[in-house]
Design a protein around this ligand. Structure first.
Ligand SMILES: Cc1cc2nc3c(=O)[nH]c(=O)nc-3n(C[C@H](O)[C@H](O)[C@H](O)COP(=O)(O)OP(=O)(O)OC[C@H]3O[C@@H](n4cnc5c(N)ncnc54)[C@H](O)[C@@H]3O)c2cc1C
Length: 383
């Protein structure tokens, strides 16, 4: 360990979705382009370790890294199946390797930005980062490497767990314009489970088996369900698996502190960017990191104006988690009610936390009131 910490303006601890997004937003800001920035990650970030999907109305700064984008999505329940127009949104798929290559390519243009493959051991509140190979110091550290979920009595804890396989078929079997966001025709096992199918061309698709529950399943269960779905719904028995991914995303309303101290700011999942009711994180990371970069460029504290007051969407997420956990209604019925009764862009707007109270009311009106009203009351009264 070196005795004298190296001086940097910013240390980005963790070069995943949030760390690298933040880097790009910092470098977009003219006043910040000459800052000495150090990125630390234990991984070289040279593999495709996950696929990110998100929806938006405009263009993403990572548009050139997209693998596909779609203007309509299928929803299936046992009694409702429809290809739903999502205009003005587009559903976008980004593979992490293209994203990492894009960000590392940008980094090479800036001699003031340094990447170090480093196992971080701890981060002190004063901005000192201790790694296995060295000690680093900066007035601001942006952490996405470490987070701990606090176990609190009145909070809800679930995980979104999934296994995805990228398959290739000899025959053209997919319509690349018709992805499936949720297919609830699969056995629910008294749980909340669905398939997700994203075709990138007529021969290739990502097929993912997802559950929202208190714990993940044994690995064989994902394989069995994927195989059965491909056979029974897509009539596929012969295909090549070209890539696999497994993931677990926290679905909890337990708080994720936005900062560890005035100098150590949490970003990404560590900073609360994962939406408790869906696990979607990528879009929220973009909002969080672009706001931090804008604040720094204006000479403000990184989290200035990001608000710590009442968040109605946090309350909605808690209500939804309670409904899922209490299982007074089959969870897939909630999704059926939403997708069969409402315009899909409104649902996407709500899940992106962009809706007005009036629009929220339309969402609430679509679900079973005898289930949601008591859950909302209990949440509001912290029971
Ligand atoms: C397989 C998978 C698929 C997902 N798909 C989607 C999706 O489609 N849409 C969506 O919105 N969200 C998705 N998510 C959720 C979320 O977007 C991702 O988890 C996202 O990567 C979170 O970004 P992050 O920067 O917080 O964490 P990460 O991207 O995981 O970055 C954290 C970084 O910290 C590094 N690190 C950790 N510990 C240390 C240490 N001690 N020392 C040094 N480095 C360390 C890691 O190597 C990693 O690079 C997915 C998650 C997974 C796991």
């Amino acid at each position: 360990m070196s005795a004298n910490p190296r001086p940097y303006d910013y240390i980005i601890a963790g070069a995943g979705a949030a760390g690298l997004s933040l880097l790009c937003y910092l470098l977009e800001q003219e006043p910040l382009r000459h800052k000495r920035i150090l990125l630390l990650d234990r991984d070289a970030k040279q593999t495709n370790d996950r696929t990110w999907c998100f929806w938006q109305t405009g263009e993403s700064p990572f548009e050139s890294c997209l693998k596909s984008k779609w203007s309509a999505l299928y929803f299936h329940s046992p009694t409702f199946s429809k290809l739903l127009d999502i205009h003005p949104y587009q559903y976008k798929m980004l593979d992490s390797l293209s994203f990492y290559e894009h960000c590392f390519g940008l980094m090479k243009k800036y001699p003031n930005v340094e990447f170090r493959q480093e196992d971080i051991i701890r981060i002190e509140p004063n901005g000192t980062v201790h790694g296995k190979r060295g000690v680093y110091q900066a007035p601001y550290v942006f952490n996405s490497a470490f987070f701990k979920i606090k176990q609190l009595p009145k909070k809800h804890y679930m995980v979104q767990h999934f296994k995805g396989i990228f398959i290739k078929t000899a025959q053209p079997v997919f319509n690349p314009k018709e992805p499936t966001l949720m297919d609830f025709r699969v056995e629910q096992h008294q749980d909340c489970r669905f398939m997700y199918v994203l075709p990138t061309n007529a021969h290739e698709a990502l097929v993912e088996y997802t559950g929202f529950s208190e714990a993940e399943l044994p690995q064989e269960a994902y394989d069995q369900e994927l195989k059965a779905y491909l056979r029974d719904f897509l009539h596929l028995t012969e295909y090549e698996i070209t890539h696999e991914e497994f993931g677990m995303i926290p679905m909890t309303d337990a708080p994720f502190p936005k900062q560890q101290s005035a100098q150590v700011i949490n970003i990404g999942t560590a900073g609360g960017a994962t939406k408790a009711s869906t696990g979607y994180t990528f879009s929220f990371i973009q909002l969080q990191c672009s706001a931090i970069a804008r604040n720094l460029a204006q000479g403000k504290a990184p989290l200035a104006g990001t608000g710590s007051g009442f968040n109605k969407f946090g309350l909605y997420d808690s209500i939804f988690l309670r409904v899922l956990l209490e299982k007074k209604q089959e969870p897939r019925q909630v999704f059926h009610d939403l997708f069969s009764k409402l315009p899909t862009p409104l649902i996407l707007k709500f899940l992106n936390e962009e809706t007005s109270f009036l629009e929220d009311f339309r969402i609430m009106n679509a679900v079973e009131k005898h289930i949601f009203v008591p859950a909302a009351l209990k949440e509001s009264l912290h029971l």
